[in-house]
Design a protein around this ligand. Structure first.
Ligand code: HEM
Ligand SMILES: *[C@@H]1O[C@H](CO)[C@@H](O)[C@H](O)[C@H]1NC(C)=O
Length: 366
């Protein structure tokens, strides 16, 4: 290292320690630790962007009015982002020249409406540039999606930061497939702290939205799966007339024919009635570990909502990247920091990830 840059680094470290001293308030030791990395907390943006959650709510409401099915996407997003390693918005990243990203693989088939999430991000950026992470926007929009469709309001913590990488090849080790055995499904969720009633409740998200024929034809051709309710089969055959669906034609079946736009416990009555579309849906209603909870949720929407909210919260807190955003918001010597933003990763050890400027791309490093 040239001596001038060594001096610069020394100067920065000195500056940094000085301001750390100046900013220290007389609080208990454990609170000071919190200040270094508060982790996830309620209303994380209360000082840095007090209106953040309200902007997200408002935008989600407006977007839902115009494009109802974007609410399904927001709900599915939280599963595909948070269950895969970390709630770090890696789901939203585009592929790079070197790396195929998560959203572009077969397991993510049918994921859509990412541009509306980008709209929310833009609205937040207009008020508070560079402050609110895509990971938090993804999680909070999923919450708004649930509310828009008539589900429960779930209080959630914030403070997630954005990852810089998305790797398609890790998807399969985290996300169960549509025909996975219940043992594998329960195992995968248990690994992130979600128990059996929690899994049963989360799959209740299949009370809304759609499933493309590519995920269903193996239950219809060459023979109809005898486990399917015969009353439901003609409808499925009508919607999926070809054993090998034309990949360009958008052919799908609604997950819940009865109340497709309402987030409710009708899903459980459907699967008990052998009208579950996916193999995993059907198995949820037949496996002896899950069936008792399916029955309970079919009877009580309150019990479904309570368990869903609990499991959704655990999912939303899976292994987040956290750190002190406030590092960048100290007004004292703010300009100095602005000059040295790119140096911060060297000496702010507790902070992981970044606040992406655009949700589909990691920030450029200089
Ligand atoms: C064992 C676990 C799961 C499996 C195997 C699974 C699989 C699938 C599949 C194959 C589709 C159809 C996609 C398409 O054809 O467009 C789908 C849709 C959906 N999934 Fe799941 N899922 C699981 C768990 C979850 C969880 C935990 C949530 C959210 C909490 C969720 C939310 C949704 C939603 C909302 C849709 C409808 C999406 C739309 O209409 O665009 N799923 N899921
Ligand atoms: C599950 O379905 C996929 C196709 O989507 C297929 O390749 C795989 O073999 C199936 N697995 C099982 C266990 O049936």
């Amino acid at each position: 290292m040239a001596s001038s840059s060594r001096f610069a680094l020394f100067f920065l470290v000195a500056l940094f320690s000085l301001s750390a001293l100046l900013c220290r308030s007389p609080v208990a030791a454990d609170e000071q630790e919190d200040e270094a990395d508060p982790g996830l907390v309620m209303n994380f943006y209360k000082d840095s962007c007090p209106q953040a959650e309200e902007i997200i709510r408002e935008q989600a409401r407006l977007l839902y009015k115009r494009h109802k099915n974007t609410a399904f996407s927001w709900i599915r997003n939280i599963f595909h982002d948070c269950a895969v390693q970390s709630c770090d918005a890696s789901l939203l990243l585009d592929s790079t020249r070197r790396e195929l990203s998560e959203k572009e693989t077969d397991r993510s088939f049918g994921m859509r409406n990412f541009r509306y999430l980008e709209d929310i991000k833009e609205a937040v950026e207009r008020e508070c540039p560079g402050v609110v992470s895509c990971a938090d926007i993804l999680v909070l929009s999923a919450r708004e999606g649930v509310v828009s469709l008539g589900g429960p309001f779930i209080p959630l913590k914030t403070g997630r930061r954005d990852g810089r990488k998305s790797r398609a090849e890790i998807l399969e080790q985290y996300l169960p497939d549509h025909n996975e055995s219940m043992s594998v499904v329960l195992e995968r969720f248990a690994a992130i702290g979600i128990d059996t009633p929690g899994v049963v409740a989360l799959l209740g998200a299949h009370s809304v939205g759609r499933t493309h024929c590519v995920k269903l034809v193996h239950r219809l051709y060459p023979e109809v799966d005898p486990n399917l309710n015969p009353d439901h089969v003609p409808h499925m055959l009508h919607k999926c007339p070809d054993p090998i669906p034309d990949p360009k034609a958008v052919q799908y079946v609604r997950n819940d024919r009865g109340t497709p736009m309402i987030f409710d416990n009708n899903y459980y009555r459907n699967i008990l009635d052998n009208k579950g579309l996916l193999i995993v849906d059907h198995q949820l209603a037949t496996d002896k570990r899950t069936k008792p909870f399916v029955k309970k949720m079919a009877k009580s929407n309150d019990f479904f909502f309570k368990e869903f909210s609990r499991a959704f919260t655990i999912l939303s807190e899976n292994n987040p990247l956290t750190g002190n955003h406030r590092l960048l918001q100290i007004t004292f010597l703010h300009r100095m920091y602005a000059l040295t933003l790119t140096m911060i990763p060297f000496f702010s050890t507790g902070t992981k990830g970044e606040i992406r400027k655009q949700c589909n791309m990691a920030n450029k490093l200089h």
